[in-house]
Design a protein around this ligand. Structure first.
Ligand code: AMP
Length: 458
């Protein structure tokens, strides 16, 4: 879970990157950083916190230049320390290479051990640093070949931006796990995790960076290369990007997220056609599926839980006690709407179940007489190794518990999860191009299970 933004050939590149990162803030709130090149020098600024906390006018003034990359991070590997904030820069032979990475490698630990045995010294615990070492090690073969060699070695999810001398590079894993879009702006070029960052600035969308593609942008313009000529890969776009992660106004994998979420809600109604006084979402994650359910069923929609938009990052609060307080701070029920009513509550997903349990309890306390809780994705049973921060299986409530057990735990009348088929039909022609590992446990590529634990302990 991270967001990347890069821009080439535009004055005030860092300012645009700042805005781009603002639009991608939902993809990571732990840290933010920008690296910029002005033709002579590479400058960087990064810190822990939100984009608005890390940057100000004074700082941006000092980041002049025409090529820039930026990153917002929600850590999945490596802990939350300043050292691990991206973009990550290395200096070697009087040159600087900066990387911004979204995704997770599944064989980083193994490669890192090999490199360390060869004398490579690592500064961080991030899997992205492994990529930098591999590229630098192969640079004598030229930049494109160095990246191709690297892509042949690493496995997992990566949508990556590099800033190297006067060149901006984008490359994406051959499975296409995470999104990455390419656009044109003011005579220059922009690459971003999601198109919502394009809309903010007025970038014209051109196309997605293809799975397995390397795009080099320098003074000669953009040039595209294929890393894999013969090998075949099964496309595995992360379906959870559609369900929860991406912004609804974005187009990812060539599809609008809002419309897919509405499809999920319509399919929920097809599978579980209930009658009640009204449909309501848990905002904002359930909004669009609830609209879909309401439109398919003809039942009215109410926003019976009001969100405080200024709370921020409740999910990542470490202690259970604090998490519970912040859950109540975040969503407050409207008693006069709920009192005496039978309601269909819709949300996108259930992870640990604790947040939802508190929210459902407060709906009951507000006077709702019957609660049906519908989820617009199947039970999350397996951890993600490709960049979504799902906890270990033990923490996923659906890993060990049946739907009936979870219903009892949530203390509600009905619990229904969308089926895998309902999910697949919602993503339409992408149905055989998505990764479903968090639901099925069938990982599209072999995972080196030692890597997570070991690399976090270094
Ligand atoms: P819980 O009831 O504790 O499982 O939390 C469920 C809520 O967490 C739902 O509203 C989801 O939208 C939200 N959610 C799902 N995945 C994530 C994630 N990776 N990070 C933060 N929140 C999430």
């Amino acid at each position: 879970m991270c967001g990347v933004f890069g821009i080439y050939g535009v004055e005030e590149a860092a300012n645009y990157t700042y805005f781009g990162l603002y639009a991608l803030q939902h993809r990571g709130q732990e840290s933010a950083g920008i690296v910029v090149y002005d033709g002579k020098k590479v400058k960087e600024w990064k810190g822990l916190g939100l984009v608005s906390e890390v940057f100000n006018e004074e700082i941006l003034k000092n980041l002049s230049g025409y090529i820039s990359i930026g990153h917002v991070r929600y850590s999945t590997t490596g802990s939350t320390i300043l050292q691990n904030v991206q973009p990550f820069c290395v200096n070697f032979a009087k040159k600087t290479l900066a990387i911004a990475h979204n995704g997770n490698l599944v064989n980083a630990y193994q490669i890192r051990c090999e490199l360390e045995e060869d004398g490579h010294i690592f500064q961080t615990t991030m899997d992205s640093e492994v990529i930098v070492h591999l590229i630098v090690k192969n640079l004598k073969k030229g930049l494109v070949n160095a990246i191709i060699e690297t892509m042949k070695r690493i496995r997992g999810a990566y949508s990556i931006l590099l800033l190297y001398e006067d060149t901006l590079v984008a490359f994406r894993d051959p499975w296409g796990f995470r999104p990455l879009s390419f656009g044109m702006f003011n005579g220059g070029y922009v690459i971003a995790s999601e198109t919502c960052a394009f809309d903010l600035i007025g970038v014209q969308y051109l196309r997605d960076i293809e799975p397995g593609e390397i795009l080099i942008i320098d003074k000669e313009g953009p040039k595209s290369y294929k890393a894999f000529k013969k090998e075949k890969f099964n496309l595995s776009h992360c379906v959870f990007e559609f369900i929860y992660f991406a912004r609804p106004d974005s187009y990812i994998f060539n599809k609008n997220v809002y419309l897919i979420r509405k499809n999920l809600g319509k399919n929920l109604y097809k599978e579980c056609p209930l009658q009640a006084d009204f449909v309501m979402p848990f905002p904002d994650s359930g909004n669009y599926a609830a609209i879909g359910y309401s439109q398919a069923s003809g039942l009215p929609i109410e926003f019976a839980m009001i969100r405080n938009h200024y709370i921020g990052r409740t999910f990542i609060q470490p202690s259970e006690k604090i998490r519970n307080i912040s859950v109540k701070m975040k969503l407050n029920p409207v008693k006069d709407i709920l009192r005496g009513k039978e309601v269909i509550v819709i949300d996108d997903s259930l992870v640990r179940g604790t947040t939802s349990r508190n929210r459902l309890k407060s709906i009951k306390e507000a006077g709702a007489k019957k609660i049906h809780f519908l989820l617009s994705c199947p039970p999350l049973r397996f951890p993600c190794f490709f960049g979504i921060d799902f906890p270990s299986s033990a923490e996923l409530i659906a890993h060990k518990h049946s739907v009936e057990e979870i219903r009892k735990f949530l203390d509600i009348d009905t619990l229904y999860y969308l089926s895998i088929e309902g999910l697949l039909s919602a993503v339409e022609e992408l149905r055989d191009k998505v990764c479903l590992a968090c639901f099925t446990g069938e990982y599209p590529i072999e995972v080196d299970f030692s890597f997570r634990k070991d690399i976090a302990e270094i």
